[in-house]
Design a protein around this ligand. Structure first.
Ligand code: F6R
Length: 589
């Protein structure tokens, strides 16, 4: 989704904004722009990638020490230069960048047009600078007018606004992420921390309805709901800028796949007291719901199988976007465990909101600490995976699976045993991400790159793995990949199997006989069988060896497919870090 960054201080702002935009690219965007304030506004914006726009317009060639910038993901209004942010008022005195959706923009726009305002584009955002301008016309200052304008907006926003005649940036959020960065040489505001991490690790998380005024050497926060100035804690992050850089890797996706050797270990390093409290909440609950979207949902599904098998416990696994339909079952004794990498997924936040209205307890598993989800949950556990820049979730997924697995062990009083088993995975993951395995998987990618369709089957835990594997292949290689529970193909989809149709089969000791028999059904109709399995089998046309690690199989079995998806994208000349039409945090419903 859109990304925003702003800076005010003593440094030349253009390179800070440019680098910030580059670090926000992973969120997904179709156009970008910057505005620098120096004796008036100097604005450069266009459609395309930040580097392309820079080549065309030279984004670095604007001097000044305060400015704001934006990467846009079109929602309202097409992908055009006029619709790219920053936007201005009629007199070009006010400029705004915005992430989110202003739901009542049509009505606001109608009124503003009637009052004589002229709009250049079709975005919802453009109403904001005009609204501020309109209120200022009535004699109020920039800060008051912005606050008044914000009060009339419905929907979600993270906004940065500047006035040509005042040296300050106003930063406001409601429902969209925004974090402040504090340094000796100035202040930052951005959609997420990596955007300014190379300059400061000192941060201030903003709450919904917070409006901050940033100057060179101060910041003040006003809360619209409380209608007063508020103090917000100055925090620090232990992320390293190296974690947000590609280093020697060609793509973030490969870097993040390789990092799993460490990130799985970090996921299971939890504060024992917090973990014990979470476990107690699970024990006390009357009805547990595991909720997530996309990949995070698949981690929930994996966990539901483990909880059933190991803990004899039934949990309801629900897609976050569907969760409001289950709210009738919620009571004050229900427990909702929300799983999310970003902690900003609108569907997940909405699910949490509906749980809260029923008085249910919410615990979250999140990678981005300080995100909306960590702040709306009663308690949270950190995935500790470090920044995940590639749009595809890879390391955050295995961290989720590892942490949920540790929770299952802890729930059955086997915390130490679980930790030992998960720690032992280090060796296996190291091998699976090694160059020799990657080369072998590349051979498979070469065979599959021209295919249009691919099927994946598994049973139990491996069914959830198949779903996640299909998602990975689809999103980055654009090959249609569909996952089925092993027993389901014969109920209809078998009709699609013909000579050479690839079918990836996830095998574990537990379901070996049944899933191989399903694979034989495919093979006998001409299917090309790829086995992800501890043992080779004569029915496999291609075999990728994975260790048998029982309940931890989902971790080791997904890694070869993450690599396969990556190799397919590279072979097809696609950008694995930024697949088309996708965004890293999906902050709209
Ligand atoms: C897939 C992917 C998405 C996310 C989903 C939820 O690779 O990244 O399916 O898993 O959008 O995002 P989070 O986990 O941030 O809530």
């Amino acid at each position: 989704m859109c990304g925003i960054i702003g800076y005010i201080g003593s440094k030349n702002v253009a390179p800070l904004l440019f680098n910030g935009l580059k670090r926000l690219e992973y969120r997904g965007y179709d156009s970008a722009g910057v505005v620098v304030s120096q004796d008036g506004f100097h604005i450069k914006k266009d459609i395309g990638k930040v580097d392309e726009i820079n080549q065309k317009l030279n984004l670095l060639d604007i001097s000044g020490t305060s400015g704001i910038a934006h990467t846009r993901w079109a929602t309202h209004g097409g992908v055009t230069k006029d619709n790219a942010h920053p936007h201005m008022d009629c007199e070009e005195k006010i400029t705004v960048v915005h992430n989110g959706i202003i739901e009542n923009y049509q009505e606001l726009k109608r009124n503003l047009v009637t009052a004589g305002h002229r709009f250049k584009g079709q975005t919802d955002t453009e109403v904001i600078p005009h609204l501020i301008e309109e209120i200022m016309k009535r004699g109020r200052n920039f800060s008051d007018s912005t606050t008044a304008a914000l009060k009339s907006l419905e929907g979600s926003y993270a906004i940065l606004a500047m006035n040509k005649n005042e040296r300050k940036i106003i930063a406001a959020r409601k429902g969209s992420p925004l974090v402040l960065g504090v340094s000796d040489t100035g202040h930052f505001a951005a959609s997420d921390i990596p955007a300014f991490l190379e300059h400061t690790k000192t941060i201030v998380y903003m709450n919904d309805y917070d409006v901050a005024e940033l100057t060179d050497n101060s910041f003040r926060v006003f809360n619209l709901l409380e209608n007063r100035e508020v103090q917000r804690k100055i925090d620090s992050v232990d992320w390293d800028i190296k974690q947000a850089e590609r280093g020697d890797f060609q793509h973030f996706m490969l870097k993040e796949i390789s990092e799993q050797v460490e990130t799985i270990q970090k996921a299971i390093q939890q504060d024992k007291k917090i973990l014990d409290d979470v476990i107690q909440s699970i024990r006390n609950a009357h009805g547990v719901f595991l909720v997530g979207s996309g990949t995070s949902y698949h981690a929930c599904l994996e966990a539901s199988y483990v909880l059933s098998k190991v803990n004899r416990m039934h949990v309801n696994v629900v897609l976050a976007s569907e969760f409001p339909n289950y709210e009738h079952f919620l009571t004050s004794k229900s427990l909702v465990i929300a799983v999310s990498q970003s902690g900003e997924t609108a569907d997940v936040l909405e699910a949490v909101k509906s749980a809260k209205t029923k008085g249910s307890k919410v615990i979250s598993l999140v990678n981005v600490i300080g995100s909306s989800l960590t702040r709306t949950s009663d308690a949270f556990l950190s995935l500790n995976a470090g920044p995940e820049i590639c749009v595809l979730a890879t390391k955050s997924y295995t961290s989720q699976v590892a942490l949920l697995s540790l929770m299952s062990y802890a729930l059955s009083g086997k915390y130490d045993e679980g930790k030992k088993k998960l720690t032992y995975l280090w060796n296996e993951v190291y091998h699976l991400t090694s160059l020799s395995v990657r080369e072998k998987i590349k051979e498979l990618a070469e065979k599959l790159q021209d295919k249009d369709h691919l099927f994946l089957i598994g049973r139990g835990l491996q069914y959830a793995t198949a779903l996640e594997a299909a998602l990975k292949i689809k999103e980055v290689s654009y090959i249609h990949a569909e996952a089925f529970a092993g027993g389901e193909l014969k109920h209809g989809t078998m009709a699609l199997i013909e000579k050479g149709t690839p079918c990836i089969v996830f095998v574990s000791e537990e379901n070996e006989k049944e899933i191989l028999s399903n694979a034989i059904e495919v093979k006998s109709r001409g299917g090309y069988i790829i086995g992800i399995s501890p043992k080779n089998n004569e029915i496999f046309d291609f075999w990728i060896k994975v260790p048998e690690v029982h309940n931890e199989n989902p971790i080791v079995q997904i890694i070869p497919i993450q690599i396969l998806a990556y190799q397919l994208a590279v072979l097809k000349g696609l950008d694995p870090d930024r697949p088309r039409n996708l965004a890293k945090s999906v902050t709209v419903k």
